[in-house]
Write a protein that binds this ligand. Structure first.
Ligand code: TXA
Ligand code: MG
Length: 350
């Protein structure tokens, strides 16, 4: 299949390009597009066959439900029932359009191919103007997972999408680098109150300012036991993972740096904070050391993380030790993506 790749500037959108992309969506074909979180792989969310194509192109298990993207927050209620407590509108007023996804009871217009057979649906109104224009011109809600091959890190640049999906989909809208760099925060409003299923740029602290109590799903920070199920089906898969084995290291500066020194001697790689890099002497070892942002800047870490994870396999080592981020604010989103990339291998240095 020939994939058409077109550049779009989110500040000066060429509507002919978006029209062409919208025509593909209307014909049941797939278009990758930029959002403020990560690039999405879009299809008509009301068309079962089009949604099935998403699973094929990504190589993704079809029990993993898709997020439905709408152009305006008010469109949410065309596809889902609002919750009884009015939490939807409180959250929408504060965070939409933006990087927040809400899970609600679905209406029957949404086919079960979109929701992996669930009676609930995840919906988000992205802030990126290219994404919104595409949804508007398509005239349908766009179902879109992240536009990566299943299992590899989510794409934050058009180059990542081209690497993973060129030749497998009809069109790629080549926009700017994703402003945020990790996927949206997901909350469910289906049970009592607000349940956090996946952390993101909108933090627990942000949500608590608007809603009283946030309950965090266990799958956010740890591996579930055989008999436990995550509230978001996608949280159970090994995600974001390079081929190289990753192990997370958590602890004080001196202990972690000492551990890293010994690891480099044993021929392993290290992924650390910017400040840690100068600790290592130059020479051949620099190839085995990479960093993912400054210690106190979780926003930057979130922004760099997936790009850095895509480079890990080029270190040429079998194992890479990754310094754990702080777990508060946006750091929780970084921790969540990293612990999964590490297949939950975590060493705490006391
Ligand atoms: O930022 C984002 O959310 C990006 C951009 C493209 O919008 N999309 C994205 O989609 O990250 P995806 O498919 O990679 O992740 C969707 C997550 C999965 O973990 C899935 O299990 C969960 O959302 N999900 C979808 N529908 C759900 C539902 N009805 N109930 C619970 N979890 C759901
Ligand atoms: Mg994904």
């Amino acid at each position: 299949m020939l994939t058409k790749i077109c550049r779009v500037d989110e500040k000066r959108i060429d509507s002919r390009v978006i029209e062409e992309a919208a025509a593909f969506i209307q014909r049941g074909e797939l278009v990758a597009f930029p959002t403020e979180t990560v690039y999405g792989l879009g299809a008509n969310g009301l068309d079962e066959r089009a949604c099935a194509e998403i699973y094929r192109a990504k190589g993704r298990p079809s029990d993993n439900p898709l997020i439905l993207h709408v152009a305006e927050p008010r469109d949410i209620v065309q596809y889902a029932y609002e919750d009884e407590k009015g939490l939807l509108w409180r959250l929408a007023n504060e965070f939409m359009p933006g990087p927040l996804t809400v899970v609600l009871k679905k209406r029957s217009v949404v086919p079960s191919a979109t929701t992996g057979g669930l009676d609930t649906v995840a919906i988000r109104c992205p802030a990126n103007p290219v994404a919104r224009e595409l949804i508007r011109m398509s005239g349908v809600p766009i179902a879109a997972p992240s536009a990566n091959r299943s299992g590899s890190p989510s794409p934050t640049k058009a180059e990542h999408v081209i690497h993973d999906l060129d030749g497998r989909i009809s069109m790629i809208l080549h926009g700017q680098r994703a402003a945020i760099g990790v996927e949206s925060t997901i909350v469910s409003l289906c049970d009592d109150g607000v349940h956090l299923l996946r952390p993101g740029f909108i933090t627990v602290e942000d949500l608590e300012r608007v809603c009283d109590r946030i309950q965090m799903d266990k799958a956010v920070t740890r591996k579930l036991n055989e008999n436990e199920r995550p509230m978001a089906p996608g949280m159970k898969y090994r995600h974001y993972a390079p081929e190289t084995e990753l192990v997370m290291i958590e602890g004080e500066d001196d202990k972690v740096l000492d551990f890293f020194d010994r690891s480099l001697e044993e021929g392993c790689g290290v992924l650390c904070f910017d400040e840690d890099v100068r600790h290592f002497s130059s020479g051949d070892r620099w190839k085995q050391v990479d960093s993912y942002g400054s210690r106190g800047d979780a926003l930057k870490q979130a922004n760099l993380l997936f790009d850095v994870l895509r480079r890990v396999d080029q270190m040429g080592v079998e194992k890479v030790y990754v310094r754990a981020p702080l777990r508060d604010g946006v750091g929780l989103a970084v921790f969540n993506r990293l612990i999964k990339a590490c297949s939950y291998q975590l060493i705490r240095l006391e």
